[in-house]
Design a binder for this molecule. Structure first.
Ligand code: ADP
Length: 643
């Protein structure tokens, strides 16, 4: 330490000696101190430095003396890492503040091989040198200690605190520190979201206060074991009631933080919202239960089939196939199938596996296990795949259609039988009417001959009887011809070809031209389509209907219109007149053979025309019916397929 210059020189040697002694003692104390010590004069230049200061700063007294503080000699930084300016030197700060300062942090950036290296941290205290009886000062003294180790530890602590805060706040899980009185001490944002409370409301609440009534004590049941150290953590799932009263399911994990003596300080709890997962599980359980119920209660037989074997079957299937559940499980589907139907599903099932089709339906036979009888089954098959599309098992739904199959077979038989007997009847009518013509012709011609040759020999009665015979024979001839025409519809029909209805209509009108003219009738028609049919019969159909419209006309000018409307795969054709009309109770009867509503004196005819129409339409796969207003007119409708 440099010599302290006496502020004032004194003439008194003894006083000077005393002073010297005191200074020596003071220097010895100062030099032996661990803390660095610098003394500044009034202009804040260093006037004295002790050894510790030299050691701490790595500068000699020679380098220090006369300088405005060590901060002018070394690159110094502030607490926050920025360079320390001249105004921030501890001495200046002290003078500006006008009072001693303590704990000013100054960092010295030590250079290592040209690069800036580690920072040495100093803690600086300052004090004024003043005389008690005077205002102002005549310098400063500062003490310096190296606090690098402490500073670094503090920085690390601060950093780890910040890291923890960040983790706490950013955590995807809800987190809380819970006081030993169970109140939330610190909560993160996520926890506020999960529990549905703002932070300020959550702090101060206990977990119990917001627990679901059914889950109140499940944490308390485990807490003693956590505190005793038997458990390292409490792990459970429980419900909380959110502020909006909705329920949240939480996966809860809790540990306890202890001091160095092992006394509990606070609890650390982590909360994960598993409501969605719980709901999904619940829905899954419900759907499983529903499925089980449906499976068991279904009237249809249901099975799951893997590798061709039944792996699950319901009661209905056991009943349909005549096996017990135990017998059926493990059996292959082919084993219980009818030998002729064993492979009918193979091709379609392969297509389902290939993903070409979703499902397939079959009608096939099985052989019952109990009485070996054959059972007809409608079976629908689909494939269940896992999320990756790998086939898991087939679902097959079975419906017993034995009765329906039997009914169908019976119906088919009856139908065949009916067709046969109809054909026979038709054949009979045809043959009979054809063969009856010959003897009838004989009766007619000989009656005429009789009339011509023996007319003179007959008396009035004889002539009258003769006229009855001729009349009867003529009518019979007409009836037989009609019957023949009727039976020809079925037996002499042509194959179906496209028929232009309009051309057929024109032919019919041509055939009817005399009657049309006589009646002075007006016939109109819409553009008419092409249908699939037998042209001659379509002509006959239209001719009969228009012929009737002319025949059963009223007093006014006959107006006849042929219209058409389109329905799905067929056309509906209408023949409308303004004739005498028909009472509804006769709508059916008029289509029957030889059924007429008038005697032949009123209107000629045999009652076969509409019967032929009906037969023609039905042979074409259509329907015929009438709608009418008696006195106003009739509409005959029939349907024909598209050509
Ligand atoms: P027919 O004309 O020989 O009497 P149909 O079988 O053609 O025989 O007709 C049966 C009966 O239906 C007819 O006698 C008539 O009473 C009634 N009928 C048919 N067409 C018409 C019509 N356009 N208007 C009123 N009545 C009709």
């Amino acid at each position: 330490m440099g010599k302290l210059k006496p502020v004032k020189s004194t003439a008194e040697t003894s006083a000077f000696e005393l002073l010297r002694e005191s200074e020596e003692r003071f220097r010895a104390v100062v030099d032996s101190a661990n803390e660095g010590m610098l003394v500044y004069d009034r202009s804040l230049n260093i006037v004295s430095a002790n050894r510790a200061a030299e050691r701490i700063l790595g500068l000699s007294s020679g380098e220090l003396l006369g300088k405005p503080g060590f901060t002018s000699l070394l690159p110094c930084i502030r607490d926050d890492g920025t360079p320390l300016g001249p105004e921030e030197r501890p001495t200046r700060v002290t003078v500006r503040a006008g009072r001693p300062q303590s704990g000013i942090r100054v960092g010295i950036r030590r250079m290592q091989g040209g690069a800036s290296g580690a920072v040495q941290w100093l803690s600086v205290n300052t004090a004024f040198l003043r005389r008690d009886d005077q205002a102002g000062h005549y310098g400063l003294v500062s003490t310096i200690s190296d606090v690098t180790a402490q500073h670094d530890a503090e920085a690390r602590l601060r950093e780890s605190e910040a890291r923890f805060r960040r983790t706490f706040e950013l955590a995807g899980s809800g987190m809380a520190h819970i006081n030993l009185d169970r109140r939330f001490l610190r909560v993160n944002r996520r926890l506020c979201e999960i529990l549905g409370y703002p932070e300020d409301e959550l702090l101060g609440l206990t977990g119990r206060q917001i627990s679901h009534p059914d889950d109140l004590d499940i944490i308390n049941e485990q807490r003693p074991r956590l505190y005793s150290g038997e458990l390292d953590a409490v792990r459970l799932e429980k419900r909380y009631v959110k502020k909006d009263r909705s329920i949240v399911w939480v996966k809860f994990t809790m540990t306890v933080e202890r001091d160095f003596e092992g006394n509990p300080l606070y609890e650390i709890a982590v909360y994960d919202d598993i409501t969605a997962q719980r709901d999904a599980e619940e829905r899954l359980r419900e759907s499983e239960a529903r499925f089980r119920q449906t499976f068991e209660l279904a009237a249809s037989g249901i099975s799951h089939v893997k590798d061709g074997r039944f792996i699950r079957v319901n009661k209905s299937l056991c009943e349909i196939l005549g096996y017990s559940e135990k017998e059926l499980l493990g059996k292959t589907v082919k084993e219980v199938s009818h030998p002729d139907d064993r492979n009918v599903t193979d091709a379609e099932r392969a297509r389902i596996r290939a993903g070409e089709i979703e499902q397939a339906r079959f009608e096939k036979r099985y052989v019952r296990g109990d009485d070996a009888s054959v059972v007809w089954v409608d079976v629908a098959i689909a494939l269940v795949r896992d999320v990756f599309g790998t086939p898991l098992y087939e679902i097959a739904v079975f419906d017993d259609i034995t009765e329906r199959k039997q009914a169908e077979a019976a119906l088919r038989e009856a139908h065949e039988e009916l067709k046969r007997s109809n054909a026979e009847l038709e054949q009979f009518a045809y043959v009979a009417s054809h063969d009856l013509q010959e003897p009838l012709r004989m009766v007619a011609s000989y009656t005429q001959l009789l009339g011509r040759r023996y007319d003179a020999k007959f008396d009035a009665d004889g002539r009258e009887f003769m006229s009855y015979i001729v009349d009867g024979a003529t009518r019979m001839k007409q009836l037989i011809e009609d019957l023949l025409a009727y039976s020809r519809v079925g037996t002499k029909g042509q194959d179906f070809r496209p028929v232009a209805v309009e051309a057929a209509l024109r032919k019919a009108l041509f055939n009817l031209r005399v009657s049309i003219e006589e009646a002075g009738a007006v016939v109109t028609y819409d553009p008419l389509p092409t249908v699939a049919g037998d042209e001659a019969q379509v002509v006959q159909l239209l001719q009969n209907l228009i012929g009737n419209a002319l025949k059963f006309r009223s007093a006014s000018v006959p107006r006849i219109h042929v219209g058409v409307s389109e329905m799905n795969s067929e056309y509906q054709i209408e023949v409308r007149d303004n004739g005498i009309g028909i009472e509804p109770q006769y709508y059916e009867r008029i289509f029957m053979v030889f059924q007429r509503l008038h005697n032949k004196g009123e209107y000629p005819g045999t009652g076969i025309g509409l019967a032929i129409c009906k037969k023609v339409v039905e042979r074409h796969g259509g329907r015929i019916w009438v709608e009418s207003r008696p006195g106003e007119g009739s509409s005959f409708y029939f349907t024909l397929r598209r050509g």
